[in-house]
Structures are given as structure tokens and as C-alpha cells.
Design a binder for this molecule. Structure first.
Ligand SMILES: [Zn+2]
Length: 204
């Protein structure tokens, strides 16, 4: 079954059609600027209902020092866990679909996971690239909504993490758009080293 999901060698007739590299200044800066804009947008959307209900005041920060430290600890641990789990979900999807050797890392512009020695078909690439976007949106959105009714401070913290998640997926979303829109009419293979994606299309 797994063999249908990828190729070990680039099959005859396929030519490299595109190459993107998150470590290149061009892509790294653009994706991070988009991520920042998405984060700001999510925070604005999160603050509006709090403001309208009259709960967006300095009282949010008027808590005991110990509770404040606990909140900051939860915040930092949640962000670091999210970054690791995001990459592990990419890796898990690639592992299930291909069984091949994975690579993980972190660069100045992003954390990454890839499966560098194979060429994956569209379905494998789409599932693996979109898995963290789908899973963490489904986990973080209800948590954030629930926290709105519990604690404004924790609500804003998790809205921030949701914004970080949605913005941080900008590179993944770009790859999905290429696979599903730009190359939708082509037979396409993708090689994903982590920071780099190579796209190959079959020449007619
Ligand atoms: Zn990702």
C-alpha cells in the first residue's frame, strides 16, 4: 500500500517545476511577516468580544504573583510544546504513509520536518503538510472559546497560541495551494527535505 504513496526514484518523464526554501531570505521573511499579520488579526478578533463585554481591562493582569507566574509558565510550555507537536504531527503522517526516514530541525525562519529521500504523490504530500493545520485548529479553537468564559488572561494566552498556529502554518498553506491549485491539473511529485520543497511534474 505504502509504495503507492511515494517513489524512491524520480520516475521517467518528471521534471522539476518549482523549488521553495524557507531558509532563503525571500521565503523566510515573507512567511514570517504573514505569520505576524495573522497573529495580530487573530488577537484583534479575540479582543473585540472581551472589549464589548467590558472585560478587557487591567483587571486581567491584577492577579496574585504566584498565579501570574503559573500563567506565564503555562504560556511558555504551551508555545514550546505546540512547536514540537506541530512538527511531530507532520512526521507521524509522513511515517504512516511512507514508512521512510524522517528529518527534523530548526532554522532561523522555521522549525521543520521532512522526508528527504523520496518523492511523494499529491495525496501523501497534502495529508502530511495539512495534518498539523487541521488537527491543531480543531484542538485550539474550542479550548480558546471555552477559556473566554473561564478566564480572560488564559483566553488571551490561548488566542495568542491559536494566532501563532494559524500564522505559523503560512508556509504549509502555501505548499497546499501549490499542490491543490497551481499543480492541480498535473501529475505532481513532491520532495520535502523540511525547509525545502521540490515539485516535479510529468511532462505531457
Ligand atoms: Zn508545518
Amino acid at each position: 500500500m505504502r509504495e503507492k504513496n511515494f517513489e524512491k526514484e524520480l520516475p521517467e518523464g518528471y521534471k522539476q517545476a518549482m523549488y521553495i526554501n524557507a531558509k532563503q531570505a525571500k521565503f523566510g521573511i515573507i512567511f514570517n511577516v504573514i505569520a505576524l499579520l495573522v497573529l495580530v488579526a487573530v488577537m484583534v478578533v479575540a479582543i473585540i468580544p472581551l472589549y464589548q463585554s467590558g472585560r478587557f481591562t487591567l483587571d486581567i493582569l491584577r492577579i496574585e504573583l504566584l498565579n501570574y507566574l503559573i500563567a506565564m509558565l503555562v504560556f511558555v510550555v504551551a508555545i514550546l510544546s505546540y512547536i514540537v507537536l506541530h512538527e511531530l504531527v507532520h512526521g507521524l503522517a509522513y511515517k504512516i504513509l511512507t514508512g521512510e526516514k524522517l528529518t527534523f530541525g530548526i532554522s532561523w525562519s522555521c522549525a521543520f520536518c521532512g522526508v528527504p529521500h523520496i518523492y511523494t504523490y499529491r495525496k501523501t504530500a497534502v495529508i502530511s503538510v495539512s495534518a498539523p493545520l487541521v488537527i491543531f485548529t480543531l484542538i485550539l479553537t474550542p479550548i480558546t472559546v471555552l477559556l473566554y468564559f473561564v478566564s480572560p488572561l488564559y483566553y488571551l494566552m490561548f488566542a495568542f497560541i491559536l494566532g501563532l498556529h494559524l500564522g505559523g502554518c503560512s508556509g504549509d498553506i502555501y505548499v497546499l495551494l501549490l499542490l491543490c491549485i497551481k499543480f492541480r491539473k498535473k501529475n505532481v511529485l513532491m520532495r520535502d527535505t523540511g525547509p525545502e520543497q521540490f515539485f516535479y511534474v510529468k511532462e505531457d
